[in-house]
Design a protein around this ligand. Structure first.
Ligand SMILES: Nc1ncnc2c1ncn2[C@@H]1O[C@H](COP(=O)(O)OP(=O)(O)OP(=O)(O)O)[C@@H](O)[C@H]1O
Ligand SMILES: [Mg+2]
Length: 187
């Protein structure tokens, strides 16, 4: 099973993957592919977009690199591709992490992101941008409201979604539509 773990920057994807790696139980069953790390270690971008203060990733090259990496992973080990572009790569399921837009503002503000970049991400979260992109890319999408949950709690949700789907179930509490930030849209 290949799962794409995506979400607006600051929703906690890397933190959840750290929790999975550090769990003696989960670290055996799951292998994490950190897409941001691959993009920078292998130069899979086309340079910096100064206006948006971000790097334009070459998705085709990233897809090829991920294919190479996944071919080295033993069969039976589940793969989690982690990154805010992971939903653009082929995957069996997409899991979108969600966090309150106010929380995103706070977290990205602490990272020294510019006010514009912080607000752009909080607005994208409020408007479900990544969820909508994910649903357009994949028929098997789930979302987790991480608000008030620790990265370890969210890791348990991620694993439970993957295991449910592997067992032919459709975990209803994580289906798209369960998270709604509309009352916060006027941030
Ligand atoms: N469940 C959580 N509860 C509280 N704080 C969290 C949680 N998850 C992450 N954080 C904090 O939020 C910040 C962003 O987390 P993280 O780097 O994991 O996000 P990300 O989704 O990987 O972002 P990016 O897409 O930019 O890589 C970090 O400071 C982290 O400590
Ligand atoms: Mg990250």
């Amino acid at each position: 099973m290949i799962a794409a773990l995506t979400g607006t920057p600051g929703t906690g994807k890397t933190s959840v993957c750290t929790a999975i790696r550090e769990s003696p139980e989960f670290s055996i069953q799951y292998r994490i592919i950190d897409l941001n790390e691959l993009v920078f270690s292998d130069g899979l971008h086309t340079g910096k977009d100064d206006v948006r203060d971000s790097y334009a990733v070459d998705i085709g090259k990233l897809e090829n690199k991920v294919k190479q990496e996944t071919s080295l992973i033993p069969a039976g080990v589940d793969i989690i591709m982690e990154g805010h572009l992971s939903h653009f790569l082929p995957a069996d399921i997409v899991i979108v992490l969600r966090a309150e837009p106010r929380e995103i503002m706070e977290r990205l503000g602490k990272r020294n992101y510019s006010t514009g970049k912080t607000r752009e991400n909080a607005d994208a979260e409020a408007l479900d941008v990544i969820l909508v992109e994910s649903v357009e890319m994949c028929g098997n999408v789930f979302e987790i409201n991480t608000t008030g949950k620790s990265p370890q709690d969210v890791a348990i949700c991620v694993v439970s979604i993957i295991e449910s789907v592997k067992n032919g179930k459709n975990p209803e509490e994580f289906l798209p539509g369960n998270v709604n930030w509309i009352e916060q849209a006027g941030l």
